[in-house]
Write a protein of this length. Structure first.
Length: 89
């Protein structure tokens, strides 16, 4: 939706599996064209849904493969034990 103010709508179950919160900042990497941008995640009920909104919608096309990433700050001790969560669809 080019006229929405921004965000990426993602299936709420995928967000739950990835431990991504509503309105959490996410980085989007488009594998098909190399575009990278930041936005925020919004859960939706639709199974396996993933829709980019606002101006960023011009950077992703239907069928493109994307990577959605989040980051956190850890102490050295926390980082040594951290295991990333990877959800593939």
């Amino acid at each position: 939706d080019l006229h929405y103010e921004g965000s990426i709508f993602i299936d709420k179950e995928i967000l739950k599996q990835a431990n991504i919160s509503h309105y959490e900042k996410v980085e989007i990497y488009n594998i098909n064209n190399g575009n990278r941008f930041s936005t925020y995640a919004v859960p939706v009920e639709q199974k396996d849904a993933c829709y980019v909104n606002g101006a960023a919608a011009r950077l992703v096309y239907k069928g493109d493969l994307i990577i959605v990433c989040t980051f956190a700050n850890y102490t050295k001790e926390e980082a040594e034990n951290h295991q990333p969560i990877v959800v593939l669809r």
